[in-house]
Design a protein around this ligand. Structure first.
Ligand SMILES: c1cc(-c2cnc[nH]2)ccn1
Length: 242
């Protein structure tokens, strides 16, 4: 899967992708990543890409010419890939989008802004605005990298054989059940007996109940509208226990 970043700070993007599973996936060719820098398409000898806002106000605005030219170059590198602008005013990114976008064989183009944002006319070349939350950052690179990370986990071969993004909490629609590993006792805290019982049916029931419990307590909005018979029973038990 190909990711193209339109960014004024390619070094930030390259450094972030130079670690762990993303690096291995890049080295094996499962993932490809490329940066296009609008500064390379600036129209003046100062290589400026921003200018003062019409109508006055603080800060600078990204000029349309160098950004749109960079988008055109990015589109040529990934024909048919959607152009996704990172913006606090965009649609909120969710796990379902990560799973969906991982199927996109044409790749993804991330538009990363800075300063006070983009000249509005740039959005004529943008397919979607995406936010990772209700806050403003110094730029769009970190959100784009987070989205690349979340999407990459669904690309076959990235996670390796022992893990599956489909098993993730948000993919199951609930928050994650608690995880434990050795030692059995740590600082007086013992791993739940059921997890050492070898009874896979009981373990699965315990994990589902824990996922329902943590979701019920922390993110009740994520609970399914319709619960099956087992989940209804588990939720009743949880309500009696809390
Ligand atoms: C996506 C982008 C941004 C952002 C882009 N530039 C400043 N903040 C914030 C949240 N989600």
């Amino acid at each position: 899967m190909k990711f193209i970043f339109v960014t004024l700070f390619p070094e930030q993007i390259e450094a972030a992708a130079d670690h762990s599973m993303l690096k291995r996936a890049m080295d094996t060719g499962i993932l490809q990543m490329e940066c296009v820098n609008p500064r390379d398409f600036s129209l003046n000898r100062h290589h400026s890409v921003d200018d003062a806002p019409f109508g006055g106000g603080v800060g600078m605005v990204l000029k349309p010419e160098p950004v749109v030219e960079a988008i055109r170059v990015a589109r040529a590198k990934a024909p048919g890939a959607p152009v996704i602008a990172m913006s606090p005013g965009g649609c909120t990114f969710k796990q379902l989008l990560a799973e969906e976008w991982a199927k996109n064989e044409k790749g993804l183009i991330f538009l990363c802004g800075h300063y006070e944002g983009f000249d509005e006319r740039i959005y004529h070349w943008v397919d979607l605005k995406i936010s990772i939350g209700d806050f403003v950052l110094t730029g769009g690179e970190l959100p784009a990298l987070m989205i690349m990370d979340a999407v990459s986990r669904f690309v076959p071969g990235v996670l390796g054989k022992l893990a599956s993004a489909e098993e993730d909490s948000f993919s199951s629609g609930l928050l994650e059940y608690p995880q434990y590993t050795r030692p059995v006792v740590f600082e007086g805290m013992e791993v739940p007996e059921v997890l050492r019982s070898g009874n896979h049916k009981l373990i699965a029931r315990w994990r589902r109940k824990q996922a329902l419990k943590v979701t019920y307590l922390l993110r009740p909005d994520m609970l399914p509208e319709e619960l099956d018979k087992q989940d209804k029973k588990l939720l009743e038990e949880i309500k009696d226990e809390v």
